[in-house]
Design a protein around this ligand. Structure first.
Ligand code: C5P
Length: 232
């Protein structure tokens, strides 16, 4: 079974998707993490993000190994563990520009498809999972949240990385990323007709996960027994 979790930046998709995967004992894959890893390489190699030829050459020589051990993800870029660098401000601001290149999307899509082949059950998280990559996913969730709340969470992520910025700057950057992600030509962020809309503004992770599992139970995707096993 594929569970597609799409939504806006900083809405809590990743944490929701990861927790859901743990509860159901499914695999987990974050497309954003892949786009971020590629962006780390762009930055480290000082490649101009608009230099498509340079980027194409770079991607042809890129090896990414992305694993999830049931708790944590590890991102290896050309053999180096770069997990701790994925969520910095510089990467966050450049990633939508890198992610809109068709050849970069092809690279990530290939990894997504391969991962789905090797995992019978997986939670896939991103922007276009339900709309483009896996339109036949059995369950689709669209996650959103008020921008102020999303910005507070992102600011917390940056502080943890000892990067200091202001709430207003994070709000402005998120608005810019939302704009880029929803207005790009290829695979823009859209909510699918059959997606379950989840607003995480007033909800913590546990409440959000429970709502998704309740919806899955309603749709016949999680049995009553499984649900009770998780919550009793
Ligand atoms: O989800 P996260 O914030 O880590 O995603 C980082 C960026 O990767 C997004 O802003 C978006 O530009 C890009 N992305 C994408 N398609 C996906 C997932 C992420 O373009 N399926």
């Amino acid at each position: 079974m594929i569970i597609a979790i799409d939504g806006t930046s900083g809405s809590g998709k990743s944490t929701l998707a990861k927790t859901l995967a743990q509860k159901l004992n499914f695999g987990f894959f974050s497309a954003g993490a892949l786009y971020r890893a590629i962006t780390v390489k762009v930055l480290d190699n000082n490649i101009n993000e608009y230099d498509d030829l340079g980027l194409q050459k770079m991607i042809d020589e890129t090896n990414i190994i992305y694993t999830f051990d049931g708790k944590q993800n590890v991102m290896k870029l050309d053999g180096l563990d770069i997990t701790g660098r994925l969520y910095g401000e510089e990467v966050s601001n450049m990633v939508p520009i890198v992610a809109k290149k068709p050849f970069i999307r092809v690279f990530v899509r290939k990894l997504q498809k391969e991962t789905a082949l090797y995992n019978e059950n997986i939670v896939m998280e991103g922007r276009d999972i339900g709309s483009v990559i896996f339109p036949d996913a059995e369950m689709k969730v669209f996650v959103d949240c008020k921008i102020e709340e999303r910005a507070k969470r992102r600011l917390g992520d940056y502080e943890n990385l000892h990067e200091h910025t202001s709430l207003q700057k994070v709000i402005d950057d998120l608005k810019e990323r939302d704009y880029l992600d929803t207005h790009r030509e290829i695979s823009p962020l859209v909510m699918c007709e059959n997606s379950y809309l989840l607003d995480t503004s007033q909800r913590n992770v546990e409440e959000s996960v429970k709502l998704v599992l309740e919806e899955m139970k309603k749709r016949g995707l999680v049995s009553e027994e499984k649900f009770n096993e998780i919550y009793n």
